[in-house]
Structure formats: structure tokens, C-alpha cells
Design a protein around this ligand. Structure first.
Ligand SMILES: [Zn+2]
Length: 79
């Protein structure tokens, strides 16, 4: 797959964790295949992954566990 920004390097397949929102609640989808451009960082979700996300957001899959994480707001304060 080629980067839509016209970069010369081919995009690489990666597995990532991403946060989505369903009914105003955050959910985490792990092991999700995406393509990322190593040059500009552009991410592209292939159709198969988009369908998986859509199905999960519709409630077509049971969760395999709980994900708890600390939340940091980048705008909350100085480091
Ligand atoms: Zn690129």
C-alpha cells in the first residue's frame, strides 16, 4: 500500500491498540491491523480492520477482558 501523501517508502503493516467510543464510553480494540507510513506517520485502516471495528462498535463481538489505564490530559499541567 502506498502512502496517500505521496511518500516514497511503502506503508508498513502494524498491530496497534486503539481507543474508540461506543455509547459515549471508551473501548479499546487491540491487535488491530493498520498500515503506517514510516516517513510521515500517516495511518491507514484497511477495509478488513474497519469492518472489525464497525462490528465491535455495533456490539457484534464479546469483549475478551477489561482494560484499565491511567489517563493523562496533555493540556492539564506542566511537566
Ligand atoms: Zn507518508
Amino acid at each position: 500500500m502506498e502512502c496517500p501523501n505521496g511518500c516514497k517508502v511503502p506503508m508498513q503493516e502494524k498491530k496497534v491498540e486503539k481507543i474508540f467510543h461506543r455509547n459515549n464510553k471508551p473501548i479499546v480494540i487491540g491487535d488491530l491491523n493498520i498500515y503506517q507510513c514510516m516517513e510521515c506517520g500517516h495511518e491507514s485502516i484497511p477495509v478488513s480492520s474497519a469492518k472489525t471495528v464497525e462490528g465491535i462498535l455495533k456490539g457484534n463481538m464479546k469483549p475478551s477482558g477489561q482494560f484499565n489505564a491511567e489517563l493523562y490530559e496533555a493540556s492539564a499541567g506542566k511537566i
